[in-house]
Design a binder for this molecule. Sequence first.
Ligand code: XMP
Length: 516
Amino acid sequence: MDDLKTGGIAVIDFGSQYTQLIARRIRELGVYAEVYAHDSGAAHINRRQPAGYVLSGGPSSVYEAGAPQLPAFLLEVGRPVLGICYGMQLLTATLGGEVVAAPEREYGPASISHQPLSPLFDGLAPELQVWMSHGDRIESLPPGFRMLAQSDNSPLAAIGQLERHRYGLQFHPEVQHSPSGRAILSNFLFQICRCQPTWSAAAFIEEAVTGIRKQVGGERVLLALSGGVDSAVAGALIHRAIGDRLTCIFVDHGMLRLGEAEQVARVFRQEQGMRLIAVNAVESFLTALTGVTEPEAKRKLIGRLFVEAFNEEARKLRGIRFLAQGTIYPDVIESAADSAAAKTIKSHHNVGGLPADLEFELLEPLRDLFKDEARKVGEALGLPASIVWRQPFPGPGLAIRCLGELSWERLEKLRAADAIFTGELADAGLLLEGTAQSFAVLLPVKSVGVMGDKRSYEEVLILRSVTTDDFMTADWARLPYDLLARVSARIVNEVPGINRVAYDITSKPPSTIEWE
Ligand code: XMP
């Protein structure tokens, strides 16, 4: 509903990788937040009458030629503004202060002490841990501004022009490593902008249902149902909006986990009452993937084969105009679909693999949500916990966990090992809670072992288990040694063709969660 969005926050994007995270943190506090490109114009940015603005960080320096500028209307409307990092520097430079390159980049944790001057730090301890990431700093404040917080390296870690409700933070309150960031944002929302906490999963659903009905009109929709959280939530949401005009297509491409195809049919067809077509495309996928080992090539090929499978079904069904997908925000950024400047890390199956001549119009109702937001929406839609809280599974499935050449035999090996690992984790209560994503990866590497009295020369299996809230950064899970020992012994004993098991102890970054 529009009134739930009215009076929220407009987050103005200057190119930071954290911009959507800022919006999500604000929504977590119950206030609607939407991201706008910095140059998208006053009328667009103000269309929901925001109660305040947050200016994101960004990779530019305000003193560079061509650096993004502060939209002029922001200083005229008289509503509160919070600039973060580049946002603060921009506010400073625009209002007559000076920003210079810092002698040293400041990156990582810092301790700040704040002045009891402004509501921004209300209720917080005098010393706070925050997370910095910047190369420029403020040399002189604009007229009317005061220092609100400082750190050893940043004499102006927070600034404000209190009477006009303009604030700046050199650090990033939106990231997990700023533990008080949530409280600071909350103070900005509720004390400074006087927002009301009316935003929730229920509100999102209402809004999304209206939006889907409007976009789809009387047409029909096909959904790429993978059985994972995102497409399940998208399916339930679209089903709520248009009922039987949604047809779900589930492609069994042979790269699913053990028992997964059967489970998807049971849950969506029988329990949810959705129209579901199950396509068995195992052979055609495997044939096409023969000899393909390069990760991006695998991803792109699978994306293309998926679209072909949908096209084929759609032609049989006739008259389907929309293709729905459970794309969530992290998929969008990592495919760099949103910004030509950002580097592609991996082309996600549900975004980057789509050819330009796609015959469908895309419907992606979860595109602005992070994973945990999508889960809350799924819960509010009444999906079972076994689906909503299941761990995410990538679109290309085991293809990107079976490194090197794919074959049915290697996929079966991986499936069996993966089921042992995840089964043991589930028994230990570490699958739905405790780890965010846990799976096995089969390497195209053989190592020597000794089994019985015989030398073996077989493949290596990696166990990967991570903890994370947002899947953009992740840490490896500190699993109990005895659990790892049990899993390793079972896999080597029960799965022929694997004689060595290793545990992946890298975080993201520098690694990614998946291996390809
Ligand atoms: P990475 O490996 O980039 O993964 O750290 C982040 C999250 O995204 C999932 N992932 C995918 N999900 N299609 C998807 O739907 C894909 O192509 C894809 N690739 C990675 C990954 O499992 C993790 O949760």
